[in-house]
Design a protein around this ligand. Structure first.
Ligand code: B4P
Length: 193
């Protein structure tokens, strides 16, 4: 199985690049952000709970997102691989993901981390806020908090995968196509091994 963690700060292009990767490698896309927004739209209990965190740019509690991923893995038992987009976002989530996958006799193949500077992140997110109406993309102070939360709570996840020899940094600046090609190059090298 090919199981990729697509990593990066908010606005790095995780969702955008996932769309290309799932097609090229026939993978199932699991985006915790998309799942949470779906719950919010349907006004489920989980969605209403998550709203309190997402609207401030804070992380939703680990137990909630780990449970969501557990359920999605079960629902996709025949998948040939997964892209984990926006998950794990804490070391606790990374440990939980390893446990869930090992129960299914599989593991993470690689973490691909998109690197984009802060100025570009804010520019991209504000633009998306205008175009999509997404509430957490419309306010600079919420965006800044998401970047701060990324730096303090999420960036340490890099060390978790680095110690397993699975971390690959990828330049996230440039055209969407160029960035996809950089990601394909890393994955194809892994597949050739
Ligand atoms: P996410 O949905 O994961 O949101 P995100 O970090 O903003 O990334 P996204 O994938 O949507 O954006 P992308 O970089 O593709 O999370 C939202 C919230 O949900 C979090 O703040 C948190 O509250 C909660 N949450 C989610 N997962 C969680 C977890 N595991 N634990 C706890 N809480 C969790 O793209 C951004 C924009 O850039 C797009 O408009 C795109 O068109 C543009 N773009 C992409 N590539 C570009 C390029 N090369 N050039 C120019 N623009 C580009």
């Amino acid at each position: 199985m090919l199981n990729i963690v697509l990593f990066g700060p908010p606005g790095a292009g995780k969702g955008t690049q996932s769309d290309n990767l799932i097609q090229k490698y026939n993978l199932v896309h699991l985006s915790t952000g998309d799942i949470l927004r779906g719950e919010l739209k349907s006004e489920t209990r989980l969605g209403l709970e998550a709203k309190n965190y997402m609207s401030k740019g804070e992380l939703v509690p680990d137990e909630v997102v780990i449970g969501m991923i557990d359920k999605k893995l079960d629902e996709n038992a025949n998948a040939t691989g997964f892209i984990f987009d926006g998950f794990p976002r804490t070391t606790k989530q990374a440990e939980a993901l390893d446990e869930l996958l090992s129960k299914k006799n599989t593991s993470i193949s690689a973490m691909l981390a998109l690197e984009v500077d802060r100025e570009e992140l804010i520019k991209r997110l504000m633009l998306r806020g205008k175009e999509s109406g997404r509430a957490d993309d419309q306010d600079v102070s919420i965006i800044s908090n998401r970047i701060k939360v990324y730096e303090t709570e999420t960036a340490p996840v890099i060390g978790y995968y680095e110690s397993q020899g699975k971390y690959h940094a990828v330049d996230g600046l440039g055209s969407i196509e160029d960035i996809s090609n950089r990601l394909y190059a890393v994955i194809d090298t892994l597949l050739d091994k």
